[in-house]
Design a protein around this ligand. Sequence first.
Ligand code: KG4
Length: 338
Amino acid sequence: MEITILGIESSCDDTSASIIKNNTILSNVIASQSVHEAYGGVVPELASRAHQQNIIPVVDKALKDAGIKATDVDAVAFTRGPGLMGSLLVGASFAKGFALSRNIPLIEVDHLKAHVLAHFIKENDEDKKMPSFPFLCLLVSGGNSQIILVRTHLDMEIIGQTIDDAAGEAFDKCAKVMGFPYPGGPLIDKYAQQGNASLYEFGKPRIADLNYSFSGLKTSFLYFLRDRLKENPNFVEENKADLCASLQKTIIDILMDKLIKAAKETGIKEVALAGGVSANSGLRAALTSQAQKRGWQTYIPKLAFTTDNAAMIAVTGYYKYLNGEFTGQDAAPYARNL
Ligand code: KG4
């Protein structure tokens, strides 16, 4: 049986629609919002207004790119949360209206679980190497840092998570302190490639279990720079590469230490990355080197599937469809992790 799913993602500042036939993508359209650049971060009210403008053209293009009509869609999957409430409401309302008008099932999707299932998106009929169960997934994004034990497509357990800032926030907030534009994570990655990662040391947190904390690092970085800038106002400009390399190494060490601990405790050697920060070249390299050392099989998604996209929502919808997990019209979006 072939199942065609329309996926809708609108949890933050990207409006995205994707068509998936079984788990192979036919289209994945993303409209990013440049309106936030001037504000140094996402402005929720502006995000929901932009979603309202984007949603119809984005879905229309996803259908056209896939070469199908609205009547060919068997079910519609949407991000129910977590995310910005005003943004989520646009995608959820659209999905509900679409399902109602076409009389097809509606499927709610948790955004974070969808990031994990991005590993199961196929781009054509090729035999893609996918994680086998159970596997560990390090989910690192602008809003979350979690270690997830994935037992099946739909059975996941968060075994570690940040108690304050996310890894992406640590990158972005430290970048802001250095005067970089938002989001600064990719710039830190870029400058770090020319720097000496062992030149500066920043405090690492002592947090129990498999949990993370990044707020102390941000403060220690801020104080460190404040002292240096008093002596030399050009300190950041003159030491950008070494600062970025040392900071990036600290964040990666924090992430990898707990991931290694999780792998030891569970005995699992299938290890995957997910979320926007998995674009980081240092993190990718660290995962690959640990894999060689520890005999892990690792899975790093294609860049296009690490950031917010509707293909991961649609593929999650596909597995929920197979499992008969449908949603009523009364499903209200949720802003925070369930
Ligand atoms: O998953 P994502 O697209 O969305 C949110 O959760 O908002 O992740 C975005 C985050 C931002 O914090 C951004 O700075 C970070 O991912 N990021 C990176 C890199 N590319 C994106 N951080 C470090 N290095 C990168 N190359």
